[in-house]
Write a protein that binds this ligand. Structure first.
Ligand code: PGA
Ligand code: ZN
Length: 389
């Protein structure tokens, strides 16, 4: 495949922040990739450079690709790693690296007349289960104690069936919040989940009823690096201040009193030991690391040695290249960990993560359920339809 042209443009993410889109032209046609933006970015992620800097860097490195013949993803990604020799891609930016890496993945699939998920998959492919953010908050949009309250199916008949249940549950959650939360005004946060400032117990009581009625389970993303003040976990709405060991018991107790089957980042991103204790205590529930691993192979290996968790959140923009993303998913699967391919709070209309999730055999996808988030949900439905044929 010969690169005829490689272009960049500024586009907007759902948070109204600017991000980048890269466009690759070959004899076969044009494909494009745009990059999401995280809001609670972990400290072990590759560096995200501001759009203006990225554009300057792009103009400097574009000649390394144009006119070249590219045959494999590895060629693209090793060239990117040769251009930027830093681990965290701070020279060209993880966002630029991923834009280039992923646009080549799309072009290679296109070249082979395949969809990206088909191009990536080896053998039998199954559709992941959805885990969807239905309530919570962020600093920017009314802070709740738990960053995300999520719903996930117990068993999956089909992706469509699971999403239908979650969509019903999302609407029912709003009807219940109207009754129980005096401040509830149908506001939505960055991921189009309902904003509530109810404390954890009151929120979980509502979600318990809704989940049970819809045959769903509850998930929690504590994003606990944001709660950790260096000494204890501070929950501002509930007024709780918990030490490391109190936090372990607190989370364990919640999972035993409510139908919670998924817990993400219950501890700050350096506390492998607490992760390991909790995982041991509450298995087979999924305990997974997002900021903990930052989709980084070395951190994942550390987690595996410590038996820190039984699940890992995968966000390509945390690591910067498709090849590195694939390595992390494969290593996690080799060690029987559950993989959850996830969106970020600042998204674009790009649906590549759907294809990565299916093509790499992830067990779950983590998206929002409402508003602009339906772009990903609907792409999964198209993929599901194709898999049935
Ligand atoms: P992000 O946060 O926007 O930084 O990806 C979402 C999350 O913690 O899952
Ligand atoms: Zn998270």
């Amino acid at each position: 495949m010969i690169v005829k042209n490689l272009r960049i443009r500024e586009v907007f993410a759902t948070t109204t922040e600017k991000t980048i889109e890269v466009e690759l032209e070959t004899k076969k046609g044009i494909v494009r990739s745009s990059i999401p933006i995280g809001t609670s970015r972990g400290k072990y992620e590759v560096k995200f450079l501001p759009v203006e800097n990225v554009i300057k860097k792009f103009l400097m490195i574009r000649r390394r690709f144009t006119g070249e013949e590219i045959r494999t993803q590895e060629e693209v990604d090793s060239l990117l790693r040769m251009i930027d020799k830093t681990q965290d891609l701070r020279e060209i930016g993880g966002n630029l690296a991923l834009a280039i890496s992923s646009v080549f993945l799309k072009a290679l699939a296109f070249e082979n007349d395949m969809e990206v998920f088909e191009f990536l998959s080896k053998g039998k492919t199954t559709i992941p289960k959805p885990i969807c953010n239905v309530a919570g908050g962020w600093k920017e949009s009314g802070k709740s104690d738990v960053q995300e309250y999520l719903f996930l199916p117990v068993h999956q008949k089909s992706f469509l069936d699971s999403v239908t249940k979650i969509a019903n549950a999302y609407r029912q959650t709003a009807s219940m919040l109207v009754q129980k939360d005096p401040n509830f005004a149908f506001s939505k946060n960055l991921e189009s989940a309902w904003v509530t400032k109810l404390d954890i117990e009151s929120t979980l009581k509502i979600l318990d009823r809704v989940a049970t009625e819809n045959l769903l389970k509850i998930g929690l993303d504590f994003a606990a690096s944001q709660l950790w003040n260096g000494n204890e976990y501070v929950y501002s709405n509930s007024g709780l201040k918990l030490s490391r060991t109190e936090q372990i018991s607190f989370v364990e107790d919640l999972t035993k009193r409510y139908p919670i089957s998924y817990v993400e980042d219950p501890f700050h991103e350096d506390d492998f030991v607490s992760f390991s204790t909790l995982t041991h205590r509450i298995e087979p529930r999924i305990v997974c690391g997002d900021d903990l691993y930052a989709t980084n192979l070395e951190r994942l290996k550390l987690g595996i040695r410590n038996k820190a968790s039984n699940g890992i959140v995968i966000k390509p923009s945390q690591v910067g290249t498709i090849s590195d993303t694939i390595k992390v998913v494969n290593e996690a699967k080799k060690n029987k960990m559950i993989t959850i391919m996830s969106h970020r709070s600042g998204e674009t209309e790009d649906t590549l993560i759907c294809h990565l999730a299916v093509g790499l055999g992830c067990e779950y996808v983590k998206f929002g359920i409402s508003g602009e988030r339906t772009v990903k949900i609907n792409e999964m439905l198209r993929i599901e339809e194709k898999l049935k044929k």
